[in-house]
Every structure is written in structure tokens, then in C-alpha cells.
Design a protein around this ligand. Structure first.
Ligand code: FAD
Length: 517
């Protein structure tokens, strides 16, 4: 009895000491951060603006927000936290434009680095035979577009929406209708500057520190902070022919899409979307088609049927208009769309690339932008797209979809298998993106619960039917699920993590690792 009393007393003392030490550590962290030699500064109070994201479902408050003014600010901060060792529990998340969906740019009780305020290096365009632009990792793509256009140039590969940062999209892949030809944005980067999870600043490219370069691309922020990127440019066109045609037959739709992405000289942009009993602003938010208003394809009355819209674009300069008209006619003549459903307009290149922003402005004015976004993005192997469509568009998603459903194929040959991004095995795979908005406090089909349930049904079906589907912008909550997502790539991912961020302090909001693995 004497022994057990002693043991109990010892345990109480031991745990009290640990608690006191932990509390001491936690309370001393802000002051230790305050003493760091920085050109920028930390914010400790007003931090709630970084505890949210576009998904609008998760809110994790950080302890501090770093407003960096130099790469050294980022390196010094990370090195300091690295030197605290695993016991500090402090994590670090780079936040670009905060347009992720599940808290990926947040760090609960940790440090968020506000990359959008980080303007180093100043954006600089290099002309010549192989033009490129050097940008900060926190730069928005819309700013890169405007700056490079001053030299008659522009990046080759885009996302549909340009108010996203370079670091944010390169951490995923960055895909849009140009990816079939140029690959995703991660295939169009020449160099990066990275601050690793140990606070080292490293320049990398395919040739120099190639392992770090490939790790970071599509790496979900796990291996370092992208502070600078060198992005390939091409001559920019002035104008775009923007075309939509409709199909009732899914087989004809995908046959035409696949034929177009495989031909040498076709359109410059190829996407598509599904029209499911479409009504209302939320449904059409990505479809703001045109200034001249040919009857909008996206509002086509489908009489309760599901239709498929092929969306293509051809770039041109005004002096080439006749040749381009002929080429477009020629390409269209080989397609099997419903003949009366050709929608065609001409817009400037900037208006075309920045088209989703127009819808954002509209939705914001109606208070419909900052709603929950339970999005689901999937990569589906070509051989399984018909099974997928039959079940998902035929059974699960028949009534309506509260937001656009994109569907388009890309060529795997344009993706570099040394990067961290996970894609299906086949040569052609489809992006299917359910870009749903939930109506706050609705219990109906447009409510959050209903949509989440629908997403779950889609994922369950994919798993049961062994479709070999991979999530894009992946979200999982357990390491087992992450292992399954990465499949054979998991060991490499783990190995890279142990080299570049051994304490697992970076991008905790992805929920792949816990600090101090
Ligand atoms: P954040 O949300 O701020 O960060 C995302 C992740 O990247 C976090 O884990 C963060 O820690 C990490 N990160 C951010 N910056 C850095 C950095 N500098 N270094 C290292 N890690 C970093 N994606 C497409 O591919 N194609 C599309 O067409 C497309 N359209 C979209 C349209 C809208 C309206 C929205 C909201 C999203 C769209 N996306 C699209 C998804 C988008 O690419 C990703 O959500 C991207 O992460 C958002 O960039 P961000 O700057 O907001 O990143």
C-alpha cells in the first residue's frame, strides 16, 4: 500500500510537471516568435481571417500569422520552430488565396504564413525564344496574366479561375482546358525556390535538386514553402473563339472529346459539362458565357433530360480571322453534336481566361459566394467513364445539381510521373468536378447534408465498382485512406517527407501526417 501511494504521488507530480512545462512552452512561444529578426512581422490578435477558406466548413484558429517581407523571414521562422523540436507542437501552413476546401491552408494553434502579401521577387518577364516569368509563390495568376501580356506573352496552362496563387495551384496540379495539350501547371514550371521544413532555402529544377522539385509539385504543401517559381510563357493571342455544342448521347460526347484531345492541330481549350435539369444562378455560376448573348447553351431547356455540353476555344489574332474561321468550321464538321445547338462567340483572351471572376462578382452581390462548398473532384480512367456516367448521372444525380459539373479528358503523357500528384493508370483520364454550393440552413436537395450524402454515394460507388478513381484536391481524414490514395507512391511520399519535413510541421490542414511522426 505504501508503494502504491508513493507511485500515485509520483505520477501526479510527474504529470503536473509535464503540464506546467507544456503550458510554459505554449505561453512562451509567442514571445519567442516576437524576438525573431524579421523584416516583416507577426500578427497575434486579429487572426480569424485565416481561419476560413472557400469550402466554408472548417475553421481552425492559428496562434500567429506571419506577414513575410523576405524569404529570410520565412526561413528564420521555420528554422526556429524546427529547432524547438517535436515537443513544441507548433505547425506551419502557407496560405495562398485560401481557396482550398477542407482547412488545408489552416494551422490549428500554429503559424499561418500569409503568402499573398509576399511580393518577393518582384514579378519579372524574360522574353526571347523560351520566355518565362519569375514570380513569388504568393502571386495570383490573374496578376501574372496582366504582367506577361504587357510583353505579348502568357502562361500556357491555366486553371478556370485565376484568383488563386501560384503556390496553391502548384501544390495540387492546376488544370483547365489547356491541360490536354500542355499538361497541368506543374508541367509548365522550370524552377522553384523552396523553404523546407528545416528552414533551408533551396533552388531546384529538373536538373538541380530534382528530387525536391518533383516532390513539391503536386505535393500538397508537405515538403516546403514555394517562395518563387519560374513559369514558361508563350505568345499570347488577342482573341478567342468560344464555342459550346450539346449532346444527348454520352458516347458521342466522349468520343468527340477524346478525338479532339488526341488530334495534333485542334482547339486550344477543351472542356465540357453536364446539364442536369438546370435552373438558377448557383447552377450557372461558371457558365457566364458571352457578352453578345447567343442563347446561352447552359440554359438550354433539356426537358428533364441530362445533356452534355462540349466547350472548346480557338485562340486567334485578328489578322488570321479567315483562316481561323475555316479551321473551326472544319473541326466542327467532324463532331456529332445536336446540329441546332451550336453556340459561338468571340471574346478577348483576358475575358475568356478571367470568365469565372465575372460569375464571382455576380454571386458575391447576391451573397451566394461565401456559402459552404462541398466540392468533389475526381480523376476517372477513360475505360471506366461510361460506368461512372451511367451510375452517377443516371441514378445518383438525376434531379438537379446545385452548381456546375465539369467533365473533360486529359492526356497522361503530359504529366510527369516524378511529381507527387496522384493520377489514374490509363493514358487518358477524365476530370469530373462537382462544384456544388450548399444553400445555408436548407434541409432540401440544395442543403449541405444532402450534398455531402450525395458525394458519399458517388465515392462509395467508385470504390465498390473498383473504378480506379483518384480524388483531385484530395481530402481524407485517416492515414490509411491517404495510403490507399497514394497506392504504390506512398513509400516515396513518406521518404520525401522524412527528408524535407522530418518533424511534419508543414501544411497540417491536409491531415496526412501529425507533427513528429
Ligand atoms: P490555398 O487554399 O491557400 O492553399 C492550398 C494548399 O496549398 C494548402 O495546403 C497550403 O498550405 C498550400 N500552399 C499554399 N501556398 C503555398 C506555397 N506557396 N507553398 C507551399 N504550399 C502552399 N483547381 C484547378 O486545378 N483547376 C481549376 O480550374 C480550379 N478552379 C477553381 C475555382 C475556384 C472558384 C476555386 C475556389 C478553386 C479552384 N481550383 C481549381 C482549386 C485550386 O487550384 C486549389 O484549391 C488551390 O489550392 C487554391 O489556391 P490557393 O492559392 O487559394 O491555395
Amino acid at each position: 500500500e505504501h508503494n502504491s501511494l508513493f507511485l500515485r504521488g509520483f505520477m501526479i507530480l510527474f504529470f503536473s510537471c509535464i503540464t506546467i512545462r507544456l503550458n510554459f512552452c505554449l505561453s512562451s512561444i509567442p514571445s519567442s516568435l516576437k524576438t525573431l529578426p524579421l523584416e516583416g512581422h507577426f500578427i497575434f490578435d486579429e487572426v480569424s481571417h485565416v481561419a476560413r477558406d472557400f469550402g466554408n466548413r472548417y475553421q481552425y484558429h492559428p496562434m500567429a500569422v506571419l506577414q513575410p517581407k523576405s524569404v529570410s523571414d520565412i526561413a528564420v521562422t521555420i528554422r526556429h520552430i524546427w529547432q524547438m523540436g517535436p515537443s513544441s507542437q507548433l505547425t506551419v501552413a502557407a496560405r495562398g488565396h485560401g481557396h482550398s476546401l477542407h482547412g488545408q491552408s489552416q494551422a490549428h494553434g500554429g503559424v499561418v504564413i500569409n503568402m499573398e502579401s509576399f511580393k518577393v521577387p518582384e514579378m519579372k518577364v524574360y522574353t526571347g525564344n523560351f520566355p518565362y516569368v519569375d514570380v513569388s509563390g504568393g502571386e495570383l495568376w490573374i496578376n501574372i496574366l496582366h504582367e506577361s501580356l504587357r510583353y505579348g506573352l502568357a502562361p500556357r496552362s491555366w486553371t478556370d479561375y485565376l484568383h488563386l496563387t501560384v503556390g496553391g495551384t502548384l501544390s495540387n496540379a492546376g488544370i483547365s482546358g489547356q491541360a490536354f495539350r500542355h499538361g497541368p501547371q506543374i508541367s509548365n514550371v522550370q524552377q522553384l525556390e523552396i523553404v523546407t521544413g528545416k528552414g533551408e532555402v533551396i533552388n531546384c529544377s529538373k536538373e538541380q535538386n530534382g528530387e525536391l522539385f518533383h516532390s513539391v509539385l503536386g505535393g500538397l504543401g508537405q515538403f516546403g514553402i514555394i517562395t518563387r517559381a519560374r513559369i514558361s510563357l508563350e505568345p499570347a493571342p488577342a482573341m478567342v473563339k468560344w464555342i459550346r455544342v450539346l449532346y444527348a448521347d454520352f458516347t458521342a460526347f466522349t468520343r468527340d472529346q477524346e478525338q479532339l484531345i488526341s488530334a495534333e492541330n485542334t482547339f486550344d481549350y477543351i472542356e465540357g459539362f453536364v446539364i442536369i435539369n438546370r435552373t438558377g444562378l448557383l447552377n450557372n455560376w461558371r457558365s457566364s458565357f458571352n457578352p453578345q448573348d447567343p442563347v446561352q447553351a447552359s440554359q438550354f431547356k433539356s426537358d428533364g433530360k441530362t445533356l452534355f455540353c462540349l466547350e472548346v476555344a480557338k485562340y486567334f489574332n485578328l489578322e488570321d480571322i479567315n483562316v481561323v474561321n475555316q479551321e473551326v468550321q472544319n473541326h466542327l464538321s467532324h463532331l456529332s453534336y445536336i446540329p441546332s445547338t451550336l453556340f459561338l462567340t468571340e471574346v478577348t483572351y483576358v475575358d475568356f481566361l478571367d470568365r469565372v471572376h465575372v460569375s464571382e462578382v455576380k454571386l458575391r452581390s447576391k451573397g451566394l459566394w461565401d456559402v459552404p462548398h462541398p466540392w468533389l473532384n475526381l480523376f476517372i480512367p477513360q475505360s471506366k467513364i461510361h460506368n461512372f456516367a451511367e451510375e452517377v448521372f443516371g441514378n445518383i444525380l438525376t434531379e438537379t445539381s446545385n452548381g456546375p459539373v465539369l467533365i473533360y479528358p486529359v492526356n497522361k503523357s503530359k504529366w510527369d510521373n516524378r511529381t507527387s500528384v496522384v493520377i489514374p493508370e490509363e493514358d487518358i483520364f477524365y476530370l469530373v468536378a462537382f462544384l456544388t454550393s450548399a444553400v445555408p440552413s436548407s434541409n432540401g436537395p440544395d442543403g449541405l447534408e444532402h450534398i455531402l450524402n450525395q458525394n458519399k454515394r458517388i465515392l462509395d460507388y467508385c470504390e465498390k465498382a473498383h473504378l480506379g478513381v483518384k480524388q483531385y484536391l484530395p481530402h481524407y481524414t485517416t492515414q490509411e485512406e491517404w495510403r490507399a490514395h497514394f497506392g504504390p507512391q506512398w513509400e516515396v511520399f513518406l521518404q520525401r517527407k522524412s527528408v524535407y519535413d522530418p518533424l511534419a510541421m508543414l501544411a497540417p490542414g491536409q491531415r496526412i501526417f501529425q507533427k513528429a511522426i
